[in-house]
Design a protein around this ligand. Structure first.
Ligand SMILES: Cc1cc2ncn([C@H]3O[C@H](COP(=O)(O)O)[C@@H](O)[C@H]3O)c2cc1C
Ligand SMILES: O=C(O)c1cccnc1
Length: 579
């Protein structure tokens, strides 16, 4: 039995794999911790982050009336429309990577003139927090809820990594005020020029923030109170998104200062939220550095971006995605037979306990269930309706056959589709003659059973495939066929099974007939000598797919118990793979 082993964490296993990849140890620099972090977040040694989406929350700020931004508040709505139209910077970045954007209006002060901007307005902008609380506690809660709800939907839609962005004229002021409170620092330390204030305007912005902090001394006490008094609808929604992503172990790529402050707030509500965060870049806003330090995050990029709207996250995402691909696709020293120097020895794989699989599944639960259902529901069918098969259905079924595995990729099959009635009748005649002849091998009740097996299906079905084997395909030396020569035939059998399962998935019945003399079929279909007609497969619709195999129902044979066919480690030793 397996030795009890020390439980390795996912991070340890991910780091161990990174160290086995054909590259000098540690040579991917700061991307290595990113890969390990993704592994930890997703719970997979080989993390996958291939289905990103950008969520942009937009809202207006009452404090904008104090002249703290270089731009007018109308720009929030205009930019939301611009993003939705595909003409903003982030639209370009997203479109060129095929990343969908969802723009959510959580509190823009005007009606938004584009239907693609999701309307989830909590209010028409916040109040000016120099005079009163920006939001009521209920509004703050509502905005957080909206962020959570959007992420639940994103998860439901199959997204596996979340990029965050924001829009809101005046929001660097709100974010700075909130950051000063959350970090317990002087506003001067987290203050920046936002959209590009000059020195005078910057000094004014600082005075406004000081005024606000003096107006709301209680904000120090509790994160929820701080959010309501000094935050913004989009900041609260971003925070909600982070909280929800943490629940789903979904990696979150932060953008700049505002998303950073929202994430910092989220960690004050739920410290575990920190674990799902990745910092895309360090923005030109000076407060961003403080926020990232507090979150313990190292930004991937430092490009002096100061845009927002998710742009930094979109610039960084390809690095994150590629890091994941490197982990998945790079050969290990062992795979590539390259000699490692100074690398830890590869561990022999140990049997895993109930841990999650090392790589994400790429089929949904229902897709997986469908595959097993098709396998279980496949039957050998003898009764067909005369209706012809639609061309596209037959095409898909044949394609499935051709996608079968084959030894050395020799693809030794051909499929002759026979629909001509005269030809089908000739096939029926030679098959039926063999059926009667073969019955002589049985006697008594078994012979009676045998003779009841009908091959009339060949006459009823609108189409019969003759599946052939060409042993010479691929030349005299087929890769992997040195000692087991019948692997060519096995390859054809794989194609037949693919056809059978694909047909079942299409609701099309198949009946495999093999009672014939090859020379008869070769003769009827004009098949040249070296090619073997190895199977006849009738295809068509059937009135009924039985629950169990026909031969079982007829009492001819029963499906063996699974336990009888599975051994463990050596011949004859029972396995424990069954109930
Ligand atoms: C055209 C334009 C596009 C933007 N995209 C993002 N922001 C960014 O700037 C704003 C915050 O800066 P402040 O606090 O100085 O107003 C937010 O809308 C933010 O997303 C933009 C700003 C403008 C003007
Ligand atoms: O740091 C940011 O994300 C930022 C800076 C300026 C304006 N908007 C966003």
């Amino acid at each position: 039995m397996d030795e009890p082993r020390e439980r390795e964490t996912i991070e340890e296993r991910a780091q161990a794999r990174l160290d086995q990849l054909t590259k000098p140890l540690g040579s991917l620099g700061r991307l290595e911790p990113v890969i390990v972090r993704l592994a930890k977040i997703t719970g997979r040694v080989i993390p996958r982050t291939e289905q990103p989406m950008l969520l942009v929350f937009a809202a207006d700020h009452g404090v904008a009336e104090e002249g703290v931004s270089r731009y007018a508040p109308e720009v929030t709505e205009e930019m939301a429309v611009n993003l939705a139209m595909g003409t903003a910077v982030s639209s370009v970045l997203a479109r060129n990577q095929g990343i969908p954007i969802e723009v959510v209006d959580v509190g823009i002060a005007r009606a938004v003139r584009h239907p693609a901007v999701l309307n989830a307005k909590v209010a028409w902008g916040t109040q000016n927090f120099v005079e009163q609380s920006a939001m009521t506690p209920e509004q703050a809660r509502q905005a957080v809820d909206i962020g959570q709800e959007r992420v639940r939907r994103a998860v439901g839609a199959g997204h596996d990594i979340l990029l965050l962005g924001e829009l809101g004229i005046g929001n660097t002021t709100a974010a700075s005020a909130l950051a000063a409170v959350l970090l317990g620092v002087d506003p001067a330390e987290v203050l920046g020029r936002g959209t590009g204030l000059d020195d005078r305007a910057l000094a004014h912005k600082e005075r406004v923030i000081r005024q606000a902090l003096a107006r709301h001394p209680e904000a120090m006490q509790d994160p929820w109170d701080a959010m309501a008094r000094l935050g913004g609808f989009e900041i609260a929604a971003l925070a909600g998104a982070v909280l929800e992503a943490a629940r789903h172990r979904m990696p979150v790529v932060l953008d700049g200062f505002i998303t950073g402050v929202a994430a910092l707030w989220a960690t004050r509500v739920d410290p575990a939220a920190r674990d799902v965060l990745l910092a895309s870049h360090r923005s030109a806003e000076p407060g961003h550095r403080r926020v990232l330090d507090e979150l313990g995050l190292t930004p991937l990029l430092d490009l002096e971006l100061r845009l927002g709207e998710g742009s930094g996250a979109l610039f960084a995402y390809p690095l994150i995605r590629l890091a994941g691909r490197v982990m998945a696709e790079t050969a290990t020293f062992e795979d590539a037979r390259v000699t490692p120097v100074g690398h830890p020895p590869a561990e022999t794989p140990k049997r895993l306990t109930a841990e999650s699989p090392p790589v994400a599944r790429d089929f949904s639960d229902s897709e997986r269930a469908a595959v097993y259902r098709v396998i279980e529901a496949r039957r050998d069918v003898r009764v067909f309706l005369p209706d012809p098969l639609p061309h596209d259905v037959l095409q898909r079924i044949l394609r499935a056959g051709h996608l079968a595995p084959s030894v050395g990729f020799m693809q030794p099959w051909n499929f002759i589709v026979v629909t001509d009635r005269t030809t089908l009748d000739r096939i029926y005649t030679v098959v039926d003659r063999e059926r009667v002849r073969a019955a002589e091998n049985y006697s008594g009740i078994r012979q009676a059973h045998y003779l009841r097996l009908k091959v009339e299906g060949l006459k009823q079905a609108p189409a019969t495939l003759c599946v052939t084997l060409d042993r010479q395909r691929g030349g005299p030396h087929v890769l992997g066929r040195n000692t087991i020569l019948e692997t060519d035939l096995m390859s054809v059998a794989c194609a037949i099974e693919n056809i059978w399962l694909a047909a079942r998935a299409e609701g099309v019945a198949a009946g495999w007939v093999s009672m014939y003399r090859k020379e008869d079929i070769r003769d009827i279909l004009g098949i040249p000598e070296p090619v073997d007609p190895v199977a006849l497969l009738s295809l068509g619709y059937t009135p009924h797919f039985a629950d169990e195999p026909g031969l079982q129902r007829a009492g001819w044979a029963r499906r063996l118990p699974l336990a009888e066919v599975i051994y463990r480690e050596c011949w004859g030793r029972p396995g424990d793979f069954y109930d």
